[in-house]
Design a protein around this ligand. Structure first.
Ligand code: PEP
Ligand code: MG
Length: 572
């Protein structure tokens, strides 16, 4: 019998096909001989993966026990969780790995032994129970360290991929010729897997809740526009959705002619419609959809799925390739934005309680200067090959911007001294994606050539709602009145200083909401390449005066829903 599910629409379109349930497989890894680690960073990474799994498991056990047997019985798991978060415990594991060069499992065992030894010395009955807790935790961690995740995303036939969640690198691994679409239990419309789905033009629905009952090969219908998913559909449902799929594709075909047209409003104003990319693989879609440039190259993807840092020369080759391939069209390359949900194993990061509020993006780059300097040098060396715009992510203060600029100036001077050619007319911009940056946009504007608004993070941080958490996904949907005001403030500051402003968050590619940005003075919109023809077609139907008028009306509305209803109404 058909099962209907409602999730969060993440990427428009309809996919119909057999399910491929992706479960990260477990590989047994032999412990390193004599417990010695050759690569502490890797051991620390294996430990952090195990730690995450253990924390999730224990939290789930705690909740289940509390529900079934009452809160008292659940206390034991609360206590296990507190050990898994204990800074002293974590610091000792870390010391064992980095200073005593132990492999992850030995480091955990030795830490456990040390804690147990200390408790025994205290000869207090109270601690006897605690000793069992530590033994339990050590056992759980070692078990997880012994198995490490392996990707089994190799599809053998066209399939709809189902998963608990897909990390950005797993999404990037999907075979584009065989994946029809995907559905996930977790996630929100602005998690990075959703963003990638849109840029690949893959229908996707996320945040569906448990899919554990789904059998491999079950036929699935994914409606990425409405967020509906049907498992094992009845024959008439299949026919109905097959029709819808054809209509959608026909419509896409009609819009496609806009791939080759200029990006003009009805009254002839040019708005740059650019593409967001994560790797060189995306360039084909950029060209196919006729992007006016690259408005966001998320360089962090280049650092993922490898075990060592890309060298300056490797990075230089990639940047040079993108710039040359775009043949003089502008290319915005964002400096490394890791942290949050984007982790890189070999950049050793301390575990953080709130990674999205932690050492992410420019914060990390300013702390790990060598890493930043390497990327800057590669970018500057590539600058003569096209129209380069360097973009700094997650700027929160003027001081951060000045520090980054000082490093850029130092590397420019050093390259010039070495007589390495660099262009004089590359531009520098910052992402406006933290409310503090929008609030001080005026002082930031005098230091840069452009702003690019990251609506994904600007929404997340304004609403204090984790963009990965499906329980609060409703706060990350659409354009809230609060974010609209921050965009307006930013645009006003940019205008006052005479710099241009773009939007590269997901809302830039929303077929209705983009008009409000244009109405506020945004002159560049950057989106997943697949969205370009539709936005360009819509742009050709409006005038700047209309967009300004709608933006003024929208700013008086009091909810995301009201804004959306209003602006979608103007097109119908
Ligand atoms: C954003 O935050 O809107 C953005 C474009 O950056 P990312 O999604 O990579 O955080
Ligand atoms: Mg961001």
């Amino acid at each position: 019998m058909a099962v209907m599910l409602q999730g969060i629409p993440a990427s428009a379109g309809i996919a119909i096909g057999p399910a491929f349930f992706f479960e990260p497989a477990v590989l047994n890894q032999e412990p390193l001989s004599a417990g010695c680690a050759e690569d502490p960073e890797n051991e620390w990474y294996r430990f952090t993966l195990a730690l995450d799994k253990a924390r999730d498991e224990v939290a789930a056990l705690r909740d289940k026990t509390a529900a079934e047997l009452g809160p008292e019985k659940a206390e034991i798991f609360a206590s296990h969780l507190s050990i898994l978060k204990d800074p002293e415990f974590l610091a000792e594991v870390r010391r064992n790995i980095f200073e005593s060069h132990k492999d992850a499992a030995s480091a955990v065992r030795e830490t456990g032994d040390m804690f147990i030894g200390l408790m025994k010395q205290l000869e207090d009955e109270l601690f006897t129970g605690r000793i069992h807790d530590i033994e339990d935790i050590v056992g759980r961690l070692v078990l997880h360290i012994a198995g490490s995740e392996a990707s089994s995303l190799a599809l053998v036939q066209p399939s709809v991929v189902a998963a608990v969640d897909l990390t950005p690198s797993q999404t990037a691994q999907l075979d584009r010729n065989l994946v029809l679409g995907f559905i996930t239990e977790e996630g929100s419309a602005v998690s990075h897997s959703s963003i990638l789905a849109r840029s690949l033009g893959l229908p996707a629905v996320v945040g569906l809740g448990s899919l554990q009952a789904l059998a491999q090969g079950t036929t699935i219908i994914v409606d990425g526009t409405s967020g509906k998913v049907i498992l094992d559909p009845e024959p008439e449902m299949l026919m109905d959705y097959e029709k819808k799929r054809r209509v959608y594709e026909l419509e896409l075909g009609l819009i496609k002619e806009y791939a080759g047209k200029p990006s003009l409003t009805r009254d002839g104003t040019t708005i740059e419609i650019a593409a967001n990319i994560g790797s060189l693989k995306d360039l084909e879609a950029v060209q196919r959809n006729g992007a006016d440039g690259i408005g966001l190259f998320r360089t962090e993807f280049m650092f993922m799925d490898r075990t060592t840092m890309p060298t300056e020369d490797e990075q230089f080759e990639v940047y040079k390739h993108v710039l040359s391939r775009m043949q003089g069209k502008p290319v915005v390359i964002r400096t490394l934005d890791v942290g949050g949900d984007k982790q890189i194993p070999y950049i050793h990061l301390e575990p953080e309680t709130n990674p999205f509020l932690g050492l992410r993006a420019i914060r990390l780059c300013l702390q790990k200067e060598t890493l930043f300097r390497t990327q800057i040098r590669a970018l500057l060396r590539a600058s003569p090959y096209g129209k380069l715009r360097i973009l700094l992510p997650m700027i929160a203060t003027l001081e951060e911007l000045k520090k980054a600029k000082a490093l850029l100036a130092e590397e420019t001077a050093a390259l010039k001294q070495q007589q390495i050619p660099i262009s004089d007319d590359w531009e520098l911009g910052i992402m406006i994606e933290i409310p503090s940056a929008a609030l001080i946009a005026e002082s930031l504007a005098s230091e840069v050539d452009f702003f690019s608004i990251g609506t994904n993070d600007l929404t997340q941080y304004t609403m204090a709602a984790d963009r990965m958490n499906r329980s609060v996904a409703y706060l990350n949907q659409g354009l809230s009145p609060a974010v609209l005001r921050l965009v307006e403030m930013t645009a006003r500051a940019a205008k006052a200083q005479g710099i241009w402003i773009g939007v590269c968050g997901e809302l830039a590619g929303d077929p209705d909401l983009f008009t409000l940005f244009v109405g506020l003075g945004v002159t560049e919109l950057s989106m997943g390449a697949a969205a370009i023809p539709r936005i360009r077609s819509r742009l050709s139907k409006i005038t700047i005066g209309e967009a300004e008028h709608w933006a003024q009306q929208a700013r008086n509305l009091h909810s995301s829903e009201a804004i959306h209803t209003f602006i979608s109404g103007v097109f119908s």
